[in-house]
Design a protein around this ligand. Structure first.
Ligand code: F0G
Length: 457
């Protein structure tokens, strides 16, 4: 690795600006830590030209739909297909410069059984777990990795609870860059770790939690020439925005009443909220869905921030949850998320470990499946219906963020009855959903008897 540079390389702009969410300062470039040079707050990307020359909603819709017929790699990407609302590379001519794995293009599924359990007429889930590395992170990573390479970076780096590192390592490899991963030792799923290893990342398991990894990364990017790809990087959020564009296109631009998303470091909720506000401002939709954020009870920094300070000051927590993807106590993008909650009128709530496990199994029973962090959305919806925040006749879309196979240990322990051992309350709720594997002699009789018993249950 070359020696650390004293003047960090700058990221150049094309037709966008970096705007500080704290003091509003506008700048054409950002330093490596992606923080405001004036006040240290986070940056977001804005498009000043939209003020004078707003893109026409009809033209955008028709261009996006025509690109679906194109065999061009940039059009086959469910992210770059929406490039009119993304930062442009300078010089323009996105095609060959883009690092893409055909991310996005994720399905919108009906969840009829879950809808029945909850008592709503219709429930939809947008499954980001069908992305190339199995999580929503790919939509942000294609954009941020492209800009990293464009800035001439040799090394990219992130702190992660697993999915960001898997995604970053894949896009870095495809783009010919080296990658450095910082993950909390023993606190992320082996599946996610194995992806980073396979894609060739230098993977460091640090004896700390995610928040400790992120703190260290932020110091590292000020000292070493590595380009940081956490969701502090506003290019990530621009890519993740397209999740909402694609969702609204799938719904023929008729906004649902509610969108529900899990909250960890709070980049994704911020990105979806930004997309909704931009879609409304550009006339792509006529009203805003309420965007609600759900956290695990043991990692409920945003819930407490909203409850105790009305979103004015972050309340950090010591995070603990088996939904390891969202085991985060000091979320970086809390201010952006608080803003979108307020702007869309969404709710912020928390769910217990048992509720998460139950919801995950219920989503699994639909033949879809997801990782534990994604299941907080269904568990949260149950609470929001009970509180009458979601009315029975309203339309709801859950954002499932990660694939079932991301955390097989959780699923196996659940079905074997090893999760929440000794808890009668958990047992009463979860036993009916458990399907432990059955070990038998290789005899037809034994299999027939098992089939008969299963038929009766
Ligand atoms: N769901 C999954 C599956 C995740 O991996 C994450 C975050 C979230 C939800 C929360 O999203 O952070 O944007 O609020 N995973 C990060 C990672 C932190 O490192 O993979 P968020």
């Amino acid at each position: 690795m070359p020696p650390p540079s004293t003047s960090a390389p700058r990221v150049r702009q094309a037709d966008f600006r970096f705007r500080c969410i704290g003091c509003g300062d506008l700048s054409e470039s950002a330093s490596q830590d992606f923080r405001c040079a004036q006040c240290g707050d986070l940056l977001e990307i804005t498009y000043p030209r939209w003020k004078e020359a707003k893109p026409s909603a009809e033209n955008l819709k028709s261009a996006w739909s025509q690109r679906r017929l194109s065999p061009n790699p940039i059009d086959l990407s469910g992210v770059w297909r929406f490039r009119d609302l993304l930062p442009a590379l300078d010089p323009p001519g996105n095609g060959p410069q883009v690092i893409t794995l055909r991310e996005g293009n994720t399905p919108l599924y009906e969840l009829p059984q879950c809808a029945r359990i909850i008592g709503v007429p219709r429930l939809l889930a947008k499954h980001q777990g069908t992305n190339p590395t199995g999580s929503f992170k790919d939509c942000g990573m294609t954009v941020a990795a492209t800009f990293a390479r464009h800035a001439g970076s040799r090394w990219v780096a992130c702190a992660s609870t697993g999915n960001t590192s898997a995604s970053m390592a894949a896009y870095a490899a495809r783009g010919g860059m080296r990658s450095l991963v910082l993950v909390p030792e023993g606190k992320i799923s082996w599946s996610k770790l194995s992806q980073a290893l396979d894609y060739g990342a230098v993977t460091c398991q640090l004896r700390t939690d995610f928040d400790g990894c992120l703190r260290l990364l932020q110091e590292l990017v000020r000292r070493a020439p590595v380009y940081q790809l956490n969701s502090l990087n506003p290019f990530r959020l621009e890519g993740q925005k397209t999740l909402a564009l694609e969702l609204l296109e799938q719904l023929d631009w008729q906004p649902p009443d509610h969108i529900i998303v899990p909250g960890g470091n709070l980049g994704n909720s911020s990105a979806i909220g930004k997309a909704l506000l931009e879609m409304r401002d550009l006339g792509l939709i006529s009203r805003l869905p309420k965007l609600s954020v759900i956290q695990a009870e043991g990692a409920n920094a945003l819930v407490r921030t909203m409850r105790e300070t009305a979103g004015k000051r972050l309340v950090s927590v010591q995070a603990e949850t088996r939904a390891t993807a969202i085991r985060i106590g000091n979320p970086a993008s809390w201010k952006k998320a608080a803003h979108v909650l307020e702007a869309t009128g969404g709710a912020c709530d928390e769910v217990s470990e048992v509720e998460i496990a139950q919801a995950k199994a219920e989503i699994g029973s639909e033949g879809i499946g997801c990782e534990p962090a994604s299941a907080v959305t269904l568990a949260g919806l149950k609470r929001l219906v009970k509180q009458s925040f979601v009315k029975p006749e309203e339309s709801v879309v859950l954002i499932l963020t990660g694939n079932l196979l991301k955390d097989p240990d959780f699923t196996i322990e659940f079905h074997r009855g090893e999760l929440f051992k000794g808890s009668a309350e958990a047992s009463a709720k979860l036993d009916p959903l458990r399907r432990a594997p059955i070990v038998l002699d290789a005899a037809l009789d034994a299999v027939m008897r098992t089939l008969e018993q299963a038929e009766k249950s």
